[in-house]
Design a protein around this ligand. Structure first.
Ligand SMILES: O=C(O)CCC(=O)C(=O)O
Length: 296
């Protein structure tokens, strides 16, 4: 069912299959995104996440910002199990505990609930023994200024036998790029039409990075839904505990920053890189180090 002529490169387990939404999920990728985008609330800057509800989290919401910077996309998390039994967690670089309760149950999102059985039937029919998808992340790019940089999926929370399947949504195509790990020049760069699926194994995900570059001239909403099998479930009580602990850490860091700034006569810290890590350091008038804040 996965044909060699759909591989992005011979021998690599990454396939690009056109019209996957239309043919396999039997759903129009334009109306699917439009409906999910407008039928559920968006939590923007300053809005609270409603635990366990189906909702979009915008990139400027504090829970989604990455090290203080707005993310250039909007996201919705769905899981197949009831959220009262715990949240399925997919952790990635810069992920924050306070976004985990933004996960809703697919039973309360009928647009996605309707396509999931067709997705899992396709997976079963592949006959490769892949685990059924129990998790989906929708990403929305309101226009071409929104994007996702080159990355590989972090696999700690993904079932080893999961496939990663990105289905492109919207009414217009969007470039998609794949690079060899460690390279910045893509070996694959194509405008993928709505409904196209990018399918990869975890082994292939470890060899390459993928991303949707900014295309500032592009107008119109585009997006994707990514199906995975997630193995990490965190209870509601544990999630709340982790959120409280990270809140205390943020408060401590803010106090520490204020104290160091006061001691430094109101001067902001200077950014330096020590090895791979970035730090904000306070140097006194003689250039002597007298405090350091980790970047957060
Ligand atoms: O929107 C896309 O096409 C890619 C999404 C993606 O790579 C991700 O959510 O990890």
């Amino acid at each position: 069912m996965l044909h060699d002529n759909h591989r992005v490169r011979a021998g690599l387990d990454v396939w690009v299959v056109p019209d996957f939404a239309q043919d396999t999920l039997e759903r129009n990728p334009g109306t699917l995104l439009d409906e999910v985008y407008s039928n559920y609330p968006h939590r923007g800057k300053g809005d609270d996440i409603v635990p366990g509800a189906v909702q979009w989290v915008d990139g400027d919401n504090d829970a989604l910002r990455i090290r203080g910077h707005p993310l250039k996309r909007q996201k919705m998390w769905l899981q197949t199990s009831p959220t009262q039994q715990g949240y399925s967690r997919y952790n990635y670089t810069g992920w924050q505990w306070r976004v985990l309760p933004a996960t809703g149950c697919v039973d309360e999102c009928e647009e996605v609930g309707e396509i999931l059985p067709a997705y899992n039937a396709w997976l079963d029919a592949l006959g490769e023994g892949h685990e059924e998808a129990n998790h989906a992340i929708l990403t929305a790019y309101p226009d071409g200024n929104f994007y996702i940089g080159q990355h590989h999926d972090k696999t700690a929370d993904i079932h080893p036998n999961s496939l990663i399947v990105v289905v492109k949504l919207g009414r217009v195509g969007r470039p998609f790029e794949i690079c060899d790990r460690g390279e910045s020049k893509p070996f694959y760069s194509q405008v993928l039409t709505p409904g196209t699926a990018v399918i990869m194994t975890l082994a292939a995900n470890a060899l390459v990075t993928h991303g949707v570059p900014a295309s500032p001239e592009q107008e119109g909403l585009t997006g994707s839904i990514v199906f995975r099998t997630i193995r990490t479930v965190v209870s509601v009580a544990e999630t709340e505990k982790k959120i409280r602990a990270s809140e205390r850490t943020r408060e401590r860091e803010a106090d520490h920053k204020r104290e160091l700034e006061e001691a430094n006569g109101g001067e902001p810290p200077k950014k330096i890189k020590l090895g791979a890590a970035a730090h904000r350091v306070f140097l006194d008038a003689q250039g002597l180090w007298h405090g350091c804040l980790n970047m957060y």
